[in-house]
Design a protein around this ligand. Structure first.
Ligand SMILES: [Cu+2]
Length: 260
């Protein structure tokens, strides 16, 4: 068993950094530190599962080939082989314990909330769009459902980002496939999570909980930039809202009555 674990660790380490869908077993390329941990758990589970499968398939093949029916003579009858019974009781328990250990460890890491995140975003999911509030900067982004213009979630790399998720109407789910993570947005039950982004780029976020007629159009744009570009974006948004607040009312926050 220690040898199997060592093999799994080597295989994960050897394949985890490459960039193709097969070694990721279908998962998207993660863009967060937390997503990287999720990917490694997924790959490790596949390695453990395939190791079990190879042993089981081998035993089936061995029984089929070497214990096939050779005549009418009954083979020697045995029962209660104690070592084998202990083995097939204990071994699955060890397997499950190892999987449980790594799952609980990674879940704790992914769910961890730091005491002082760099950027906080209040996410409001409503029928059928999103609002992103940056309370530290007094910036709010409103969009409309697809075909848009979609709400924009702009974030910096390398900083801890805290999301506070709320809904004024029904249950939604905040999902960016490249996070390898989604979390429900529940009315009356604020949810939280944190990420640290590692890759710049533009991605599409989704609602992942059937929430009504236009659920599938409840998309948003995630733009990941460098911390300097993020600060510039914040300043430009603040300047834009200051100049518009003279003539027009600023974007209202979403309330129980719905959009804007
Ligand atoms: Cu929704």
């Amino acid at each position: 068993m220690p040898r199997a674990v060592a093999l799994a660790v080597v295989l994960v380490a050897a394949t985890g950094c490459t960039n193709d869908t097969f070694t990721r077993m279908g998962f998207p390329n993660p863009i967060t530190k937390q997503g990287q941990v999720t990917l490694h758990l997924w790959q490790g589970s596949w390695i453990a599962g395939m190791a079990v499968a190879i042993v089981v398939w081998g035993l089936i093949l061995w029984a089929v080939v070497f214990h096939r029916k050779r005549g009418d003579r009954l083979p020697p009858q045995v029962r209660y082989n104690l070592p084998i019974e202990i083995l097939y009781t204990a071994l699955p328990f060890v397997l499950i314990a190892v999987l449980f250990y790594y799952t609980a460890k990674d879940e704790n890491y992914i769910d961890n909330l730091s005491s002082n995140p760099n950027v906080t975003v209040n996410v409001v999911g409503y029928q059928w769009s999103w609002q992103f509030q940056y309370p530290q900067y007094n910036v709010t982004d409103n969009g409309v459902m697809y075909p848009g213009p979609l709400p924009l979630l702009e974030l910096p790399t390398g900083e801890t980002v805290r999301f506070n998720l709320t809904s004024p109407d029904v249950i939604h789910s905040f999902w960016v496939p490249e996070f390898l993570f989604k979390r429900d947005v529940i009315p009356g039950h604020p949810n939280h999570f944190e990420i640290t982004l590692t890759k710049t780029g533009t991605y599409i976020g989704h609602c992942s909980e059937l929430c009504g007629l236009y659920h599938s159009r409840m998309l948003f744009t995630l733009k990941v930039v460098t911390p300097q570009q993020f600060q510039q974006w914040v300043s430009s948004r603040q300047a834009a809202s200051n100049s518009s607040s003279a003539g027009q009312p600023a974007a209202k926050t979403v309330t129980r009555s719905g959009a804007q």
